[in-house]
Ligand binder design. Structure first.
Ligand code: PEP
Ligand code: MG
Length: 587
């Protein structure tokens, strides 16, 4: 299976983010850099090169004008003015003439000539100590990258280019990148950045492939022709492994396979603990395409439908009401009679969208910035389309709706008031929808967690988003590999808050679930269940393992686990207690 290896074995150590052992050829995916070819062209080809340049300029103009129009309609002429500056760059005769001149004098291809000229201008303007010219640097850079992409016939490099089963090596992965990944084409995922809750990892778990993140320089250490062995248990990456390394790992691969078969054998059995207490394991999904995995692993409905996935599939425009309606309806109908918890748009942070992103680009702190419900409440035209589409789709099954990133009661009430406005609007139009949709809040910001009792008065349910809650509680950016060791949910402060929210919800008699990655983590699932989180929602593929584990738990053991964990103050000790509890039952 392994390719012949001539290069020397090399090891990289990162963060073990998704378990398993896998190997394959590397697919190095560099989003931020563009390989501009450089070659000589014969003089008689100059007209052809010039034509390609002109076409790229026209296409770039069309794209920028389209963006300008979208932004002007949504945010007004003031905000759209940036694109006028971009269009001015396109009109700049110096840039155009000089590019053609460079091609003629050097004989190099037009992309290379253009890159040389653009870089000369960027270097020149960068040196000037003037705000106006500094802004021009950004404009020239943006426009020239767009022109180069168009000349090279690349809309944007995507993972759709992955055609054979391989190990994906990337700087980092945005949800819009992972949307292209297909089961069967990916052996493992490696990233320079990120930590255990980054989207690359969520994706790896749902594909059931190992992932190692926070490798820092994997994209420079690993090359296209390298054979890569990935140990997702130890967070180890072995480039061009020697024969005896491969032999040792074959044994680990076999053990992993045995474990898989064991947990899969219990799919279809009842979701009850060893002493008969029921538990509910639902799925985190991006759309109807996850239906197959849900059925395979017997998910009890959808605990988190990340609706932004519908937006991220298409970067250049915002899906209209009809497109959204179809996407929501298809999933809701497929999952019926089980319920789908639809989360309203959670855009921003690391979920960027070209047609929606304008302000986010400028943010210094996107995770704490203009995202999710904050974005929606200020962009009611988009939000309206989404709520209409969700309500219209509600008659095709059973849904609940929740708002992400709620940080205060005021925000929750604003979201609910807008929801009410849209319901009134649909009633007036005679459009049918489910009148009894429960409304909930995601609890993922410390202020919301602390005021859980207050929010519970106005919610039908809560869903705890531990991915964000942990990052905000500990002030540890969930995507920053340098501080990934500090992203530790075993921190007693996090455990106190989790217990506080679950207890508050139960006291106020509203439903409570967890949909962050901790819900599907064997170390945490028993504790969350023991604390009273009735439903745990996770990537469908991890459901069998959590089911296997909870089926081996008893109330008395779970009570003891809570007592032990909450008596401890040391993060490492807590982590060891939780791991031991899981390991004992996963044998
Ligand atoms: C979370 O924050 O835990 C969550 C489920 O939301 P996301 O990962 O989409 O931010
Ligand atoms: Mg979140």
């Amino acid at each position: 299976m392994a390719a012949a290896k001539t290069a020397q074995e090399k090891r990289l150590k990162g963060i073990a983010a998704a378990p398993g052992v896998a190997q394959g050829p590397a697919f190095v995916f560099l989003q931020n850099s563009l390989d501009v070819p450089c070659y000589q062209v014969a003089e008689e080809k100059f007209p052809e090169e010039t034509r390609r340049f002109e076409q790229a300029l026209l296409e770039t103009r069309r794209q920028i004008s389209q963006l300008r129009e979208a932004v002007a309609g949504r945010l007004g002429e003031g905000e759209a003015a940036i694109f006028d500056a971009h269009l001015l760059v396109l009109d700049d005769p110096a840039l155009i003439d000089e590019t053609l001149q460079t091609m003629r004098s050097t004989g190099y291809n037009i992309e290379h000539a253009f890159q040389v000229v653009a870089e000369k201008y960027i270097a020149f303007f960068s040196k000037l100590d003037d705000e106006y010219f500094k802004e021009r640097v950004g404009d020239i850079r943006d426009v020239s990258i767009r022109i180069l992409h168009n000349m090279l016939g690349l809309s944007r490099r995507t993972l759709a280019d992955v055609t054979e089963r391989c190990v994906i090596v990337a700087e980092d992965m945005a949800p819009s990148d992972t949307a292209y990944l297909e089961v069967g084409r990916v052996s493992a995922i490696l990233t320079d950045g990120g930590n255990r809750t980054s989207h690359a990892v969520i994706m790896a778990r749902s594909l059931r492939v190992p992932a190692v993140v926070g490798l820092r320089d994997a994209t420079t250490q690993i090359h296209r022709e390298d054979w890569v062995l990935v140990d997702g248990y130890a967070g180890l990456v072995i480039i061009n492994p020697e024969t005896d390394t491969l032999e040792r790992y074959r044994q680990l691969e076999r053990m992993h396979g045995d474990f898989e078969r064991k947990v899969m054998a219990e799919v279809g059995t009842e979701n009850v603990t060893a002493d008969g207490m029921p538990f509910k394991l639902s799925a985190n999904v991006n759309g109807v395409e996850d239906g197959e995995a849900m059925a395979k692993y017997h998910a009890a409905g959808v605990g988190l439908f990340r609706t932004e996935a519908v937006f991220l599939r298409q970067q250049q425009q915002v899906p209209d009401e009809e497109t959204q309606f179809v996407a929501y309806r298809d999933l809701i109908a497929a999952v019926a009679p089980e319920r789908v918890i639809v989360r309203t748009l959670d855009i921003g942070g690391d979920k960027q969208h070209s047609a929606l992103q304008v302000e986010q680009n400028a943010e210094e702190n996107p995770f704490m910035g203009f995202r999710a419900i904050r974005y929606c409440l200020e962009n009611k035209a988009w939000f309206r389309l989404q709520l209409r589409a969700i309500l219209r789709a509600s008659v095709f099954g059973r849904i609940k709706v929740m708002f992400p990133m709620i940080s205060s009661l005021d925000e929750l009430l604003q979201a609910k008031a807008f929801w009410e406005e849209i319901r009134t609007e649909l009633r007036a139009e005679g459009v049918p929808f489910d009148e009894k949709i429960p409304l909930g809040a995601m609890i993922e910001i410390p202020s919301a967690a602390i005021s859980a009792e207050l929010l519970a008065e106005h919610c039908d349910f809560f869903s705890i988003g531990t991915n964000d809650l942990v990052q905000y509680m500990l002030a540890v950016d969930r995507g920053n590999e340098r501080i990934a060791h500090l992203y530790n949910p075993c921190n007693p402060a996090v455990l106190q808050v989790l217990r506080h929210v679950i207890t508050a919800a139960r006291r106020k008699k509203i439903e409570i679930g967890v949909c962050g990655e901790l819900a599907g983590d064997p170390s945490f699932a028993p504790l969350l269940y023991a604390l009273g989180a009735g439903s745990l929602s996770m990537s469908p593929a991890v459901i069998p393992e959590v089911r296997y584990l909870l089926r081996r738990c008893k109330k008395a053991d779970l009570d003891e686990l809570i007592a032990k964990v909450y008596a401890e103050t040391d993060t490492q000790t807590i982590s060891a207690i939780l791991r031991e509890f899981a390991d004992k039952r996963l044998v």
